[in-house]
Design a binder for this molecule. Structure first.
Ligand SMILES: C[S@@+](CC[C@H](N)C(=O)[O-])C[C@H]1O[C@@H](n2cnc3c(N)ncnc32)[C@H](O)[C@@H]1O
Length: 189
């Protein structure tokens, strides 16, 4: 219906596409059904590397199937672990970290990202970012626990110093359906 302001996920991807190119490194902190992992894998190309995390095997299975169908699974490392553990698996600086919070569409809506682990992962992700690197967080506040997570993520992001990070939030002020907004964080060069 809208091509310039379609939704928060597409806005996140537009910024990610400016920060990640062939040979680049990226983290998908919430692999889910693999749409974002596929997007990152295509941008990074065969010479690149994408680290994707999820706590549900079903999510990783869906992601692998999507990557294989597109022929871009070789540059992706899928890990069944919480994103709060990413620092143990990602041992090189990265250009991009993407988060898409909430629950797995088509899966168990009771398994959701939680503020205590999300914040640990956001901090780890910001440390892993190269100078000039980018983090995106697509945030939902409609489900149980979502509003609390949104509040904590907003508060943390707003507290980052402007000398180290530029932080923006793009919200759809008049839209009822999720996702509700995207937070975009650029690390200073
Ligand atoms: C909204 S979905 C992600 C959608 C996905 N990016 C895509 O493109 O299809 C959120 C995912 O986060 C996962 N998740 C929840 N807690 C997590 C954690 N601590 N670490 C990693 N993933 C987690 C859920 O299992 C779910 O698959």
């Amino acid at each position: 219906m809208y091509s310039l302001l379609p939704n928060a996920v597409i806005l996140a991807k537009e910024y990610v596409a400016k920060a990640l190119g062939p040979g680049g490194r990226a983290v998908d902190a919430t692999a889910g059904n693999g749409h974002d992992t596929l997007f990152l894998a295509r941008l990074a190309g065969e010479e690149g590397r994408v680290y994707a995390f999820d706590i549900q095997q079903a999510a990783l299975d869906n992601t692998l199937e999507r990557l294989r169908a597109a022929g871009v699974d070789k540059q992706v490392k899928l890990t069944l672990a919480g994103h709060e553990e990413m620092a143990g698996y990602v041992t090189e600086p990265v250009d991009v970290v993407m988060f898409n919070l909430g629950y797995l569409p088509g899966g168990d809506h009771g398994i959701i990202t939680r503020p205590e682990t999300t914040l640990v992962a956001v901090k780890e992700g910001l440390t892993l970012l190269k100078p000039g690197g980018l983090m995106t967080l697509v945030v939902y506040h409609g489900h149980a626990g979502g509003a609390e997570e949104a509040r904590e993520v907003d508060e943390f992001a707003a507290g980052l110093t402007q000398e180290e990070f530029a932080v923006a939030r793009l919200s759809f002020l008049n839209r009822r359906q999720a996702p509700h907004y995207v937070i975009i964080i650029e690390k200073s060069r």
